[in-house]
Design a protein around this ligand. Structure first.
Ligand SMILES: Nc1ncnc2c1ncn2[C@@H]1O[C@H](COP(=O)(O)OP(=O)(O)O)[C@@H](O)[C@H]1O
Ligand SMILES: [Mg+2]
Length: 359
């Protein structure tokens, strides 16, 4: 019998606002439709309002305005316990004096699920997470990764309409974080429960999300699949926040669709753009020029970081500004050398003087 018995649910936010007493406007006019079964990631720098938005979906924080639907129900003013959601936090929040099994079964006991059914769900979930051997242990006798798995298990046994995650991997070391991230992806494939996942880590967002919503200062900047957001960042903020290493941003002036950049590069821009412009180029989208390339610019390599097949080369341009290029290691210059560099055709991003993308 599948673990899932309840209908799954979409989450719909309309004009959600949060103004804290004292004046912090943490979330501004947020509209968001999360589809049934989708894994949506809210990503942005610390303090941008991610947790506040998630806590409003959970019912732990009252919105100052707007509405929240889960499935067909308006839950804007519904108690957290009655929203049919399960939340997983950064700090696991397990009961220290209960075993893993008791922690996982606790919410089911409160809901008066019969013992046999509780046992069945806990065992099935423990198998799914590979934690059968831990069921009798208390949190103090488990590693961080194991505790987080129990916390996930506790959420899964409840079989909610929606999972809410607030930076659940932040307390794990790098290896455990990567491992648990893949686990989460696999679990989501299996369970297909609507999930909202908060992180400040853009890489985590890109690898986990069906779609990502990028936030800054309480305002949603862009919503799209990881590739959409990576390939077509809506503004300068998203451009510099998403992707690693960060996109190079070069300023210049446009004259007759030609942007002349302070770094020495010249690129063609859409005819709608005039005056000051910023051109973004990801490190991966520079190349060492070959003989038949037009528009190569000579740059001086100040630092070379070998990565194996590739090398990260930190260049200094004629105007003194810095450019990071990820180049084929075979072709990369040595430190101190000067090298002709071109921008991959069609891979540059153009932003107008207000920072908005122009195509
Ligand atoms: N209970 C609160 N009272 C007042 N201000 C708060 C409260 N909770 C969060 N804030 C403020 O709201 C903003 C958003 O916080 P938060 O949602 O926790 O950001 P994030 O999760 O993206 O790091 C921050 O400026 C934070 O200081
Ligand atoms: Mg937070």
């Amino acid at each position: 019998m599948p673990l899932h018995s309840l209908p799954m649910a979409e989450v719909r936010l309309r004009s959600i606002e949060k103004q804290f007493p004292g004046g912090v406007h943490a979330v501004k006019a947020c509209d968001l439709d999360i589809s049934d079964g989708e894994f949506l990631v809210l990503v942005g720098p610390s303090g941008c309002g991610k947790s506040t938005l998630l806590r409003m979906i959970a019912g732990l924080e009252e919105p100052s305005g707007g509405s929240i639907h889960i499935g067909s129900r308006d839950v804007t003013h519904v108690d957290p316990a009655d929203r049919d959601i399960a939340m997983v936090f950064q700090n696991y929040a397990l009961y220290p004096h209960k075993s893993a099994k008791e922690n996982m079964a606790f919410a089911l006991r409160l809901r008066k699920v019969p013992k046999a059914e509780r046992e069945r769900r806990v065992i099935e979930t423990a198998k799914m997470l590979g934690i059968e051997d831990l069921l009798n242990r208390k949190p103090g006798a488990m590693s961080g990764g194991q505790q987080q798995r129990v916390a996930l298990g506790r959420a899964i046994v409840r079989d909610p309409a929606c999972f809410l995650f607030d930076e659940p991997l932040s307390n794990l070391d790098a290896k455990m974080r990567n491992h648990t991230r893949s686990e989460l992806r696999r679990l989501h494939k299996e369970l297909q429960t609507t999930s909202v996942y908060v992180t400040h880590d853009q890489e985590e967002a890109m690898t986990l999300g069906d779609r990502v919503a990028v936030m800054k200062d309480g305002v949603m900047q862009q919503l799209g699949t990881p590739l959409e957001v990576y390939r077509n960042p809506a503004n300068l903020f998203v451009a510099s926040f998403i992707g690693t290493p960060a996109m190079n941003l070069m300023t210049g002036e446009v004259e007759n669709t030609q942007a002349k950049l302070a770094t020495g590069f010249q690129v063609t821009v859409p005819s709608a753009v005039e005056g000051p412009v910023t051109i973004g180029v990801r490190p991966q989208h520079f190349r060492v020029a070959s003989a038949n390339d037009d528009g190569a610019v000579s740059l001086t390599a100040r630092l070379v970081e070998p990565l194996g097949d590739l090398a990260d080369v930190h260049f200094e341009a004629a105007d003194g500004s810095k450019i990071l290029a990820r180049l084929d290691a075979e072709l990369a210059p040595t430190e101190g050398a000067t090298c002709p560099i071109v921008i991959d055709r069609d891979r540059q991003h153009c932003f107008d003087s207000t920072g908005q993308r122009v195509d």
